[in-house]
Write a protein that binds this ligand. Structure first.
Ligand code: PMP
Length: 423
């Protein structure tokens, strides 16, 4: 659906009103572009859960993709030091602190084997701003972005905000959540400008293999299609599965690929708001121009903390990954005991994405449950467990459970779902 489908064009109000007799329509209050944005479903579920909790209800939240760990101490210490430094109290270059940009270039070089320079990096206010700016920088109105589904809920909104059109390509669990070349080819038109890759994936936890990435990458290269690769979960893989950047798989894509990332998930730094966009120098320069008018520099203290994260010891990350891995196995086992749920084993990120279609088409405590959105509501209200419905990810019939919460809550929460759906 395009922005215009959602809000039929009319400068004054209802497009159906007869011209001669219509009462003067109220002037539009919200622009079509912004009025068409749906609220973030994941943040909405999280907000509802937190509000219920604040009202004294013992809600267990599997909604937000947010590690429960504190940020590692050496990162916090770097921020404390930065806060004492008057240099950090001033505006700094809009594209990011030079030392952080250098560290980002080195990290990208290491993970892709393609040489990157600091000028090819841009520090953003969280990965989310990088997502938005990547589309805003690459898309003209009507340009299409092939979006493998299930997809993270922000992508279609960011594409539309940039004037683009998302073209979802649904790849189910039967194909490992990886679109086939045939599907990509069917979706490709003259307007196709970019394809999105998100591995490890939010919401499925799927990790694409080097071969799968090479196939998609070569196809994009052949057709001159940009690749936007969201690698924010690159450090969170399990079962010996290794993260591969699509640029490592197809280095020839370097001139038409934008890498997105951030510190939020890897370093338990969701609140610090540091992300990045890495790519060809002309694209990064243009995106930095946009950012210079939009937000200017990212908070210097958070940038210095991010620098400590990127250049410091990785042991704390290893410890968190070990905990996520334990919870991953626990949640897959638990969810598999829920009547009607089919649970693939995720090998990356920190989400389980069961197919819940077997639990639909029934009544739960006297309420009709036909969609995953209804199931999410019933589970929240009757079992006080928050999960995000698949509708938010272009994949109705699923629920997303983040397992970035503590072991006790995880077990107790899924036990409640088992009890409710076993009634
Ligand atoms: N990309 C993906 C795939 C994500 O899941 C998220 C967070 N949910 C982000 C980007 C953005 O993260 P942040 O803005 O917190 O850095």
């Amino acid at each position: 659906m395009t922005t215009d489908d959602a809000h039929p064009a009319s400068p004054t109000g209802s497009p159906d009103a007869p011209l001669s007799t219509a009462a003067p329509a109220a002037p539009r209050r919200i622009s079509r572009r912004v009025g068409a944005i749906a609220p973030s479903a994941t943040l909405a579920v999280d907000a509802t859960a937190k509000a219920l909790k604040a009202a004294g209800r013992p809600v267990i939240g599997f909604g937000a993709g947010e590690p429960d760990f504190p940020t590692p101490q050496h990162i916090v210490d770097a921020a404390i030091e930065a806060a004492q430094d008057p240099a950090a109290h001033r505006y700094s270059p809009a594209a990011g602190l030079p030392a952080l940009r250098q560290a980002l270039a080195e990290a990208a070089t290491a993970s892709t084997s393609v040489p990157f320079e600091a000028a090819q990096t841009l520090v953003t206010n969280g990965g989310k701003q990088a997502v938005y700016q990547a589309f805003a920088t690459l898309l003209d109105p009507g340009d299409e972005v092939i979006l493998p589904a299930p997809y993270w809920t922000t992508y279609p909104e960011a594409i539309r905000l940039a004037g683009g059109v998302e073209v979802p390509v649904l790849a189910g669990v039967d194909q490992g959540y990886v679109p086939t070349l045939e599907q990509l080819e069917t979706a490709r038109t003259e307007r196709t400008r970019a394809v999105l890759v998100c591995s490890p994936s939010n919401p499925t936890g799927a990790v694409l293999s080097a071969e799968q990435l090479a196939e998609i990458g070569r196809w994009a290269l052949e057709h001159g299609i940009w690749v936007i690769t969201d690698e924010i979960y690159q450090h969170l893989t399990y079962d010996g599965v290794e993260f591969t950047s699509i640029l490592r798989a197809v280095p020839e894509l370097a001139d038409t690929t934008v890498i997105l990332g951030g510190v939020a998930k890897t370093f338990a730094m969701t609140g610090w708001r540091v992300g990045w966009m890495i790519g060809p120098a002309d694209v990064i320069k243009a995106a930095a121009n946009l950012q210079s008018h939009l937000t200017s520099n990212v908070n210097n203290i958070a940038q210095r903390a991010a620098l400590a994260a990127l250049t410091g010891p990785m042991e704390p990350v290893d410890e968190m990954r070990t905990a996520f891995d334990r919870r991953r196995r626990a949640i897959v086992e638990k969810l598999s005991a829920v009547p009607g749920f089919t649970v693939p084993t995720p090998t990356g990120a920190f989400y389980a994405f069961p197919d819940v279609s077997g639990a639909l088409g029934r009544t739960v405590r006297g309420r009709e449950v036909t969609t995953s959105a209804e199931l999410a509501t019933v589970i929240l209200e009757e079992a006080e467990v928050a999960a995000v419905p698949g509708e938010a990810f272009g994949a109705p019939g699923h629920l997303r459970f983040s397992y970035a919460l503590n072991d006790e809550d995880l077990a107790a929460g899924i036990d409640r779902v088992i009890a409710l759906l076993s009634e």
